[in-house]
Design a protein around this ligand. Structure first.
Ligand SMILES: [Zn+2]
Length: 106
């Protein structure tokens, strides 16, 4: 974060005690468990936009992961046959099973 991304100020809020922290005490506020930083609207907007970007990336990653898992599951079933009830084939040995199946093919 750049200097303009620094908190505008801090609120110290502990039971029965709420006050705005002086600039001179910002270092202390950073480590105080009761102090909350207050950021400019610009910083908050940029952080919200970044969160939205990351959420979209995660959605894409989840979709990719699900497609890959489906491929692995179907490959395991193709190599080993239908899964027994309440069981899923492991994927750890798929490369070796695929190689063995290829070698067994005339
Ligand atoms: Zn504090």
């Amino acid at each position: 974060m750049s200097d303009t991304d620094a908190p505008l100020f801090y609120w110290h809020e502990s039971p029965g005690n709420r006050f705005r922290v002086d600039v001179a005490d910002f270092d202390e506020a950073e480590t105080c468990e009761h102090c909350r930083p207050v950021y400019s609207a610009d910083v908050v907007d940029r952080l919200r936009a970044r969160v939205a970007e990351l959420e979209a990336e995660r959605t894409d990653d989840d979709a990719l992961r699900e497609r890959m898992a489906d491929i692995l599951k179907r490959t395991a079933v193709a190599l080993r046959g239908p899964e027994p009830p309440l069981t899923a084939w492991s994927w750890h040995d798929l490369p070796e099973r695929a190689a063995a199946a290829k070698d067994a093919t005339p």
